[in-house]
Design a protein around this ligand. Structure first.
Ligand SMILES: [Zn+2]
Ligand SMILES: [Zn+2]
Length: 383
């Protein structure tokens, strides 16, 4: 057996063919930013969309399971998010373009990058298994279109097909520590992906995983998800869950934060007239059968942080779109090679030239960031 290597990966993005997605979500932009971030393996997103598949075939080198952008050295595997008949989102990972094309036919054609499939979750899982793909719930706890929004347990959603589900995507407002208070989740591999709708430096790769695998292909990733032949996820890097925009229960219009009890007492209607959305923190409290997290042995470390450009913007006191912030980001990347090198790989001593930024990265790695928590669709922010 060849040695296992660590590949950094973001498996959930959307192409320009998905609703409310930036027209900039094209292969060359995705590859370019992925390379700067240090992401070795990207999910294609939207792989049931024929136009996106055409773009993949014309811009990438495809040979069976291997899909690669030779210009940037970034690899891809086929992924897509679908919405089922109960409005639950699922992330699907597939072996080959031919499997994506046949699956698109089974689901009924759609121009949408993220198609709505007129089937329940068990039926969708059966089809994914036919094509030897992997499937799991996307952003499992968000108060929209997620498995725990619609159901109180994974079994209620996937029924007898739950045995063919091997991963759960945590989503931006949740962490391993939070999810491991729900004991039904202990057998599942957690994935942390960006769900990026634009290739901006604060979106693409804002969450990622490391896979300990032989090569960046579907077969290897599938083994890692199932934790077979020593393959596994080595690290989950997520946005600090408090920065997620649905962390606390809050009004979607004026963003006033509420406790779950308060929200219930006023029937989830804010004084401003807006609706109150239950935060991921409160939803997990409701679902949890453990007061303290109990992580299984196989669970990898989790780091909750922010994208590098966001850390720079915070320390400079300037907006993300500011020239100064962007220039500084580029300078730092040039010096260290990639964002992931700085955020997770480099020893702190190597980062000392970064001054305040190295302290912030140390806090990130140690789970000590100071954060004003998000809610009701408003992102949290560093303090
Ligand atoms: Zn989704
Ligand atoms: Zn309000």
């Amino acid at each position: 057996m060849a040695d296992l290597e660590e590949f950094f990966s973001d498996l959930h993005i959307h192409s320009a063919y998905s609703k409310a997605t930036s027209p900039e979500m094209r292969i060359e932009n995705i590859s370019r930013i992925a390379k700067m971030k240090g992401l070795d393996l990207m999910g294609t997103g939207d792989c049931l969309n024929q136009k996106w598949i055409e773009e993949i075939k014309s811009k990438l080198e495809v040979s069976g399971e291997e899909i690669r952008d030779p210009k940037y050295g970034v690899n891809y595997i086929l992924t897509v998010e679908v919405e089922d008949i109960n409005r639950v989102h699922h992330l699907i990972i597939l072996p080959e373009i031919s499997s994506a094309q046949s699956m698109a036919e089974e689901f009924g054609s759609s121009d949408e990058g993220r198609p709505k499939v007129k089937m329940g979750a068990p039926e969708i899982v059966e089809i994914v298994k036919e094509f030897e793909g992997e499937i799991g719930p996307s952003h499992a706890f968000t108060p929209w279109t997620s498995v725990y929004k619609e159901f109180n347990s994974l079994r209620d959603c996937y029924q007898e097909e739950l045995r063919n589900v091997n991963f759960v995507e945590l989503g931006l407002s949740a962490s391993t520590e939070m999810a491991d208070r729900i004991s039904e989740l202990s057998r599942f591999t957690f994935l942390s992906n960006s769900d990026a709708h634009s290739p901006k430096a604060d979106k693409l790769g804002r969450e990622f995983n490391s896979f300990l695998i032989e090569e960046p292909t579907f077969k290897e990733v599938s083994m890692a998800i199932k934790r077979k032949n020593k393959r596994k996820v080595g690290l989950n890097f997520g946005l600090d869950p408090r920065i997620g925009k649905y962390f606390l229960t809050a009004c979607v219009r004026c963003h006033k934060r509420y406790s779950r009890e308060e929200a219930e007492s006023i029937n989830w209607k804010c004084k401003c007239g807006g609706r109150i959305k239950k935060g991921v923190k409160d939803r997990i409290d409701e679902l949890a059968d453990l007061t303290k997290p109990r992580s299984p042995k196989h669970r990898p470390p989790y780091i909750g942080g922010v994208p590098l450009i966001e850390a720079i913007s915070f320390l400079e006191g300037k907006s993300l779109s500011s020239r100064v912030v962007y220039t500084k980001w580029m300078e730092i990347l040039e010096k260290f090679g990639s964002e992931i090198e700085i955020l997770v790989k480099a020893d702190l001593s190597e980062l000392s030239s970064l001054g305040k930024l190295s302290k912030l990265i140390d806090d990130m790695r140690g789970g000590k960031l100071k954060v004003f928590p998000g809610g009701g669709g408003e992102y949290g922010k560093l303090l």
